[in-house]
Design a protein around this ligand. Structure first.
Ligand code: G1P
Length: 295
């Protein structure tokens, strides 16, 4: 029978070294770099909470202590804000504080790949379906990506991965799926391949970093051989799981910014700034001037 138990928990793999953003990431985790005025990770956590997630599981690593502090109370700061009657700022901090006991942290001790990072969360997830959100990718759309996935999951059960279309010549950078029959706002997945060699991708639908997975993925990842990039790949584990369980793809129709790359990070800042009524007028004007001057 299809498993349709509620998706309550979300896993955030945040152990990556962020070498592409050195020297910024020498002392600051890449997930804490800011897009406008929020850390990248806050956007991803907000997307999870908006989809009904109740428990946040962070797979961290050495040098990532700041992430744990960020999701806690900052007593001295709040005291100072209170003394200065900064109520708006206090309210903001209160609104993003997760409920006590609703976060868990574990460590990936060695950088062995995404599949290994997910496996590190097995005890915290337990025997229930879970969401997985890669914090490099932040999204804007009418409906949150994970929220749309949960809706599809409620119809289809099984496993759901979010996909978007990419330029065929970019397919080698991602996990790519094969396209089957239509289901809800997506389709059945017929195939999955991690970073296919140029010209061999089964479609141009790439896995955009959002997943709903069944716990049967864990024993598979426990014995998963290394794949592309000599890393334990989640996509290889999902391919194995697809022999026993259904996978549906949710076709996300918004905009995704890959904050793991410099251009994606800069574009995210511009896009989210332009979406903010308070700063759009000045940013828009000065951006136009910059672009004109650069012609
Ligand atoms: C990972 C996944 C890949 C997915 C991508 C999205 O790759 O393995 O399937 O398409 O995230 O960002 P990575 O970016 O870690 O190389």
């Amino acid at each position: 029978m299809v498993d349709k138990r509620k998706v309550r928990k979300a896993v955030f793999p945040v152990a990556g070294l962020g070498t592409r953003f050195l020297p910024a990431t020498k002392a600051v985790p890449k997930e804490m770099l800011t897009v406008v005025d929020k850390p990248v990770l806050q956007y991803v956590v907000d997307e999870a909470l908006d989809a009904g997630i109740e428990h946040l599981i962070f797979v961290t690593g050495r040098g990532k202590g700041l992430i744990e502090d960020y999701f806690d109370i900052q007593v001295e700061l709040e005291q100072t804000l209170r003394e200065r009657n900064k109520t708006a700022e206090l309210t903001l901090l209160e609104s993003i504080l997760p409920e006590a006991g609703s976060t868990s942290f574990t460590r990936q001790q060695a950088p062995l790949g995404l599949g290994h990072a997910v496996w590190c969360a097995r005890e915290l997830v337990g025997e229930e379906p879970f969401a997985l959100l890669l914090p490099d990718m932040i999204m804007r759309g009418e409906k949150g990506c994970l929220k749309g996935m949960v809706e599809l999951y409620e119809q289809s059960g099984g496993n759901v991965i979010a996909v978007e279309e990419c330029d065929p010549d970019q397919a080698h950078k991602y996990g790519i799926v094969g396209v089957g029959d239509k289901v809800g706002e997506g389709f059945k997945v017929t195939q999955m391949v991690e970073k296919p060699a140029k010209g061999t991708a089964p479609s141009n639908f790439f896995i955009n970093g959002r997943y709903i997975l069944q716990p049967e993925i864990f024993p598979i990842l426990a014995t998963q051989e290394r794949g592309a990039g000599n890393e334990i790949q989640l996509t290889d584990g999902m391919l194995k799981l697809s022999e026993a369980q259904e996978f549906a793809a949710y076709h996300f129709k918004g905009s995704t910014y890959d904050c793991g790359s410099k251009d994606g990070f800069i574009l995210a800042n511009v896009a989210f700034a332009l979406a903010r009524a308070d700063i759009r007028p000045t940013v828009e004007k000065q951006l136009a001037e910059l672009l004109n001057a650069a012609k």
